[in-house]
Ligand binder design. Structure first.
Ligand SMILES: *Cc1c(COP(=O)(O)O)cnc(C)c1O
Ligand SMILES: [Zn+2]
Length: 413
């Protein structure tokens, strides 16, 4: 890879080669970050070249991705999700300049596709025919979908309590799904043992440093879609921390090659019932595990593996941390849906709930240019959506009864 210089440990700074089997730091076990040759990339990525590029997927930024020049790209159209200007929603949040990045419109309906697309391309190029991970959620379904498109087999390890809807997505994508009689920790351990035994490609954001590189493409798109105007504030929901760290890396990459002239401030949004990263940010103490009490299952991560990387990113950006309740998340789901036509899963709408709170508390000024990332589609979790949505009118086919119901409920026909 001509564009990649190596990988550096975010904990101890040890330098590594960026190879196929590069995962965590050999010295301290810390998470690695990929380092690029910005002088080289500067000659390859310019505003003009991007404007002329007709590839409307994350591969338009391949010079900024850790994939070999000759690597075969996956056919699935990942990335280039829409960035909507949302004036009505902005009004409800107290913001004059609000944009929504709808990443629920990716092929398997979450931002995780950006990471899985890179993982699959790397796996194929490394000569692997099988990929694996353990997860109950979007990482799993995106790996299964991207693997299917890339011609790979996938093994997914899930805990016993994995929700039916998510199991179905995996099975339809042809994954071999191993439902482990135990909790997530048990599924993780068994998957690690099997990956070691069979030599499968390991798609696990906890240890694979290439995944947040895929996620950073969402920032490239936001910048490009705003004509390289940089948002003042960018709200992201945070679980493991890999996503927000990737988003920060994306803006820093653009800054390093001079495509943007400043950086946004990050708003790290976690659930009140599970907020180890925001708690560490607020009290300045090391990360400590938390229980996982929130309806936003995709960000219910009590022991984040990319926590340190995330905290560094949020601090460096001059960012803020906001925790939201399930009630606030459900309100944001209704606001996004009814005022912007965007349907987010609870973890996807959480960022918007956090942005609303940040404005309400005076942390984000009303005239700021703000972007909220919707990280996953609402149809992923219909049970959660149903709690937020309320019920339909339910009446016999009679106009008189319909009029009566409108009156009773104060609905203006
Ligand atoms: C994974 C995920 C997140 C958070 O990403 P992390 O890397 O775990 O912080 C947010 N929203 C959705 C929908 C996700 O699937
Ligand atoms: Zn280290």
């Amino acid at each position: 890879m001509r564009n990649v210089l190596g990988a550096v440990c975010v904990s101890c700074g040890a330098e590594h080669e960026a190879g196929d089997d590069t995962y965590t730091c050999e010295k301290c076990g810390g998470v690695l970050e990929i380092v690029y040759d910005y002088q080289y990339i500067k000659t390859r990525i310019t505003r003009e070249k991007l404007a002329a590029n007709k590839d409307h997927s994350l591969w338009r930024y391949r010079d900024f991705l850790p994939i070999a020049a000759e690597a075969k790209l996956s056919p699935l159209r990942v990335g280039w999700s829409p960035l909507y200007r949302a004036d009505k929603l902005g009004e409800a949040l107290g913001l004059k300049n609000l944009y929504i990045k709808d990443d629920g419109l990716n092929p398997t309906s979450s931002l995780k596709d950006r990471a899985s697309a890179v993982a699959v391309v790397r796996a194929v190029h490394a000569g692997k025919d099988t990929v694996a991970c353990s997860s109950t959620g979007n990482a799993a379904s995106s790996l299964a979908g991207n693997a299917a498109a890339g011609g790979l087999r996938s093994f997914i390890f899930v805990p016993d309590r994995a929700p039916a809807g998510k199991l179905i997505q995996l099975l339809i994508f042809g994954a071999i799904v191993v439902r482990v009689k135990g909790d997530y920790g048990d599924a993780f351990r068994l998957s690690a043992q099997a990956i070691e035994k069979y030599g499968w490609y390991n798609r696990n954001a906890a240890i694979n440093p290439y995944l947040s590189e895929g996620k950073k493409t969402v920032s490239f798109e936001i910048a490009e879609q705003l004509d390289f105007k940089v948002p003042d504030y960018l709200a992201v929901s945070v679980g493991d921390g890999c996503t927000i760290a990737g988003i920060w890396k994306g803006f820093k990459d653009l800054y390093a090659i001079g495509l943007i002239d400043r950086l946004p401030r990050l708003i790290s949004v976690q659930a009140e019932g599970c907020c180890p990263i925001n708690r560490a940010l607020a009290n300045g103490l090391p990360l400590a595990p938390m229980e996982e009490h929130t309806m936003a299952d995709s960000i219910a991560v009590g022991v984040p593996r990319n926590g340190e990387k995330a905290i560094r990113a949020i601090r460096e950006s001059g960012g803020i941390a906001v925790n939201v309740s399930d009630e606030e998340i459900m309100e944001a789901m209704r606001l996004l849906g009814s005022l912007a036509g965007v349907f987010g899963e609870p973890a996807g709408a959480a960022a918007t709930a956090g942005l609303k709170k940040a404005v309400g508390q005076g942390l984000t000024p009303g005239d700021a240019l703000a972007v909220s990332v919707v990280t996953g589609n609402g149809l992923k979790d219909t049970a959660g959506a149903q709690r937020a949505a309320g019920a339909a009118l339910h009446i016999p086919p009679d106009l008189g009864l319909l009029i009566g119901e409108f009156r009773r409920l104060g609905i203006r026909p």
